[in-house]
Design a protein around this ligand. Structure first.
Ligand code: RP5
Ligand code: MG
Ligand code: MG
Length: 280
């Protein structure tokens, strides 16, 4: 069951490359499958990028360790290497080998911010809805972006830079993607104080492997997610959201069980919802 949850994108094309079809019963590495001929793929962009890992995986001696500033440890525990010395995806087969669009062999770390407040009507009153058990619960809204790469709606998260702490990453990415801190119409200028206050009270809600469409048999995403909640709505009242960097849109978005977000982001939102006993 857990395996199925992690492979929503398993039979989706990887850019123009078709993944070798993997059925649920063949995902686990310990199921012998001599007829498995996965597609090999790493983008030209990654192969040319000096900040990415070398194509020759045998040059990397520190898998499962912190190598200089690059964190090669996995939240899932110790991962294995295959006969070519390539890290093996801890969740199993994905139908594609190589790194695809990912920088690092093995785990690629990211951070995701779940920023919430209560959905309110024009009088500022929070909105209640009846859940499946008939109980009245308040509706939550989150800051969601639309991704440039595949148009899916997502949390404004991003990759951990070498040496960076995931907590700093997710705040930096929130500012880049939801406040356009790298652009000219930078909304940080007007909302700096309140946004810093919002980030003072957060809680780590998840860290682990994520179901990302870029995952391969040898490279995968892992993320640390933090929840920041604006209980009164005052901190975010004057916050101007401006899409920036890899985001084409940004908006406060009410959430319930129908919300469908990129990668494992729906799971992160559900954790925030449960933390506040909100409507789902
Ligand atoms: C997802 O990819 C993570 O949860 C994070 O949101 C994101 C990081 O990649 P980029 O947004 O930088 O592409 O797996
Ligand atoms: Mg980004
Ligand atoms: Mg991003």
């Amino acid at each position: 069951k857990q395996i199925q949850n992690y492979f929503r994108y398993r039979n989706a094309n990887y850019q123009k490359n078709e993944r070798y079809p993997v059925t649920d019963d063949k995902v686990a590495w310990n199921v012998r499958w001599p007829e498995y001929f996965p597609t090999e793929y790493t983008t030209e962009k990654i192969l040319k990028n000096k900040k990415a890992d070398p194509a020759d995986v045998t040059k990397i001696k520190n898998f499962n360790c912190l190598e200089g500033k690059v964190d090669r440890t996995s939240f899932t525990g110790i991962y294995q290497l295959d006969e070519k010395q390539r890290p093996k995806n801890p969740m199993g087969r994905t139908g594609l080998t190589g790194r695809g669009r990912l920088y690092y062999w093995g785990p690629n770390h990211a951070g995701d911010p779940v920023v919430t407040r209560w959905l309110r009507d024009s009088n500022g009153e929070s909105i209640w809805r009846k859940d499946e058990n008939g109980g009245l619960k308040k509706v939550l809204e989150i800051v969601a972006i639309q991704r440039k790469d595949n148009k899916e709606f997502a949390l404004p998260g991003g990759m951990v830079d070498p040496g960076e702490k995931a907590f700093s990453t997710l705040i930096r990415e929130f500012k880049e993607e939801a406040m356009n801190s790298l652009g000219t119409s930078n909304s940080l200028k007007t909302s700096c104080d309140s946004i810093e206050k919002l980030f003072e009270n957060g809680e780590e809600i998840s860290k682990g492997y994520v179901d990302d469409p870029r995952n391969t048999d040898n490279a995968w995403m892992e993320s640390t997610a933090w929840h920041f909640h604006d209980e009164t709505g005052k901190l975010t009242k004057n916050l101007t959201l401006t899409a920036g960097d890899d985001a084409t849109k940004v908006a406060w978005t009410p959430v319930d069980r129908h919300v469908k977000l990129y990668a494992s982001h729906t799971n992160f939102v559900k954790l925030a919802v449960d933390r506040l006993n909100a409507y789902w």
